[in-house]
Write a protein that binds this ligand. Structure first.
Ligand SMILES: [Zn+2]
Length: 62
């Protein structure tokens, strides 16, 4: 029992770190990418980063 209750929060923290890292990567891209800034839409790279972020968030909630 102790192993289960101990493992879940640790897994969650790792997942939240992954969400933060994915979010930071996405935001940094949109701030640095001329296509994202001027177009107001995700370029191909941004779409991939956004999907990675979305997947990480779903992994945390699952
Ligand atoms: Zn971009």
């Amino acid at each position: 029992m102790d192993e289960r209750t101990g493992a879940a929060p640790a897994q969650n923290r790792a997942g939240e770190d992954a969400v933060q890292a994915a979010y930071t990567a996405f935001i940094r891209h949109t701030q640095a990418c001329a296509e994202c800034r001027t177009g107001g839409m995700d370029c191909g790279d941004a779409a991939g980063l956004r999907q990675t972020w979305r997947d990480a968030r779903q992994a945390v909630r699952a």
